[in-house]
Design a protein around this ligand. Sequence first.
Ligand code: ADP
Ligand code: ZN
Ligand code: ZN
Length: 715
Amino acid sequence: MAFWPSVVVATPAHSGVGASLTYRSELSLAPGTLVRVPLGAREVLGVVWECPDQPPEGLSEAQTKTVAGVLEGLPPLNARWRQLLRFAAQYYQRSLGEVSLAALPPQLRDLNTVQLARRLKKSQKQQADLAPQAPPDGTATDIGLDLSDEQREALQALEAAQAPVLLYGATGSGKTEVYLQATQHVLQAQADAQVLVMVPEINLTPQLEARFRERFEPLFGAGALVCLHSGMTPAQRLAGWLAAHTGQARIVLGTRMAVLASLPGLRLIVVDEEHDPSYKSQEGARYSARDLAVYRAKVETEALVAETGDAAARCRVVLGSATPSLESWHAADQGRYLRLAMPARIGGGALPRLRLVDMNHQPKGAVLAPPLVAAMAERIARGEQCMVLLNRRGYSPVLACHDCGWKSACPHCSAFRVFHKLDRTLRCHHCGFTERVPRACPECGNLDIAPIGKGTEQVEEQLASLLADVKRPDGGPARVARMDADSTRLKGSLEQQLATMHSGEVDVLVGTQMIAKGHDFRRITLVAGINADSGLFASDYRAPERLFALLMQAGGRAGRDAVFVSSQGSESELWVQTWTPQHPLFAALRRHDFPAFAAQQLGERESAGMPPFGHQALLRADAKTQQAAQAYLNAAAQAADGLPHRDEITLYPAVPLTIQRVANVERAQLLVEAVSRAALQRFLSAWQPVLLECRGLPQARGLVRYAVDVDPLAI
Ligand code: ADP
Ligand code: ZN
Ligand code: ZN
């Protein structure tokens, strides 16, 4: 007897290949089984979606190829996982094959069945070796810290919640301890339960991993926790994925990609720093891991209730932040999410006091205002640490000739190359094009070419000289260090740099937003944001939300240890250098009043019909010329006439992106807006075939690619 499995394989997003391909098999294959199938001249990995015993109508049986191999020993991907992937593909307008296969570890594609069997055996052996030394006999051991009242109430409410939980906890309020104890309860309640914990950036995983390991290794063994993020080697990722898929890993800690991992026992999802834009993917299927986490919890819960017959069974999801996204905040306002507040810092410490520096009244050209430098010097002399934040790496964003007006433009992008003084290069941060810094102006030969504007390298250099005479309490000179994408490129350098900060070796840390998030530095009492305005006047309507969150987060690194701060007789401060001190954002920031800020922003969004009150998508096009990119978009808009729900949709004219050319590719986009999410979804689905067809139009010649971005974060 023959079976006719439909198999999804990695198809390009717009290849026109349907959702799945039909193969022939002698065996009945359970949906979710991983198989190897012939595709053209190659053999590729695929996932069985269905396996009927009748060929689909119109199939030419003679031309149907046979499944080449089954990845035995791997349990099939369960129905909940498949439902999640189907939803993600549909919602974000990509092919099911692309999304499903991208969710599997890349190395799985290269292994044949024999190699995989070997890998599985190895992973089982490793797990056995990593089992806990002395398993605790009582399952209800409590090994966590004594919770504060706020933490205890939040934990209880969370564990009783029916809806997704928004844990709105001030920086330093002890959200992590709540995650840890919620995790512990879930894992101890059930031997096969699993917990997924997500952080927005790889650089936040080491700290969190350490805290989870310390807590759970004694209970469940070292093999119970695995990480999943893009900084791992392919072999590590496969091992982590296998451990999660087979249920050996009880805790998966990862970045956004982890939301698509196979977790058959999933009972709790934590999305830490849920407001962070890094949760939205910017390539391939542009999914929001936070939104998928909420959907996933719902699907898992429905399946659990159906399977167990227990109406109270739940897979819970917790979104945590001190500055929630306005989407989540609004959902809580509406009662769709349960908002739990933890306003107090552990130990009763105060949030930092805001010190606004009006740059209009500072010496011309000063990168750092003198009062700020003086305040830092005082703190260093008392043995406290400072952090200086600015959102530009390199020495200066532009190098220019004052004689002829030459600037360090990138020949391949509509952007300037950044001057990196340490290795004497001009580097394009968009396409990577790098050259040695010229000795003289390439246009006129003038020797006097000068940096314009400031980056982290320059601030580090200036601070080192401004603080040269300052002594630490131990008599040593003040030490300034820098942490950004450049300084942490080498493996292990991030951990090492964080360690010098934690140990107190370094007095001042200069860095990009990378240092503002999540870290639990104990001795920082002063944080300074020195180019805040650049965020305020960006054209993006989310700019104030971003800036507020960034400054609150950055301020949250200061004064985390109340005992330390008061023993110093000091007070923690957040300094902000600005040209517009009267901006209302700062008034809310001064009061640490996120609710007021959110209400004001949501009011503006509502009257403008912006998300979360309206819904958006972008159609983006890359082409050899700007004209072709825009022509394609406008043609696609025209061809949308008559499509379902077209009358509920606003299509705006095509416009170039802010940085319109990158790596010699011209970029344009077209905004799609709708009042109803459902109408937007149906319209986009109907539009897909039209988008594919429009590629062939004469005016679109030179089009390189197009993509739909649903719920875009920047427009
Ligand atoms: P958040 O993530 O909310 O910013 P953290 O979870 O990092 O805050 O907690 C801040 C600090 O407080 C950490 O050093 C943590 O170990 C400590 N902490 C948290 N909860 C407690 C508690 N119940 N008792 C004592 N210390 C706690
Ligand atoms: Zn010149
Ligand atoms: Zn470039």
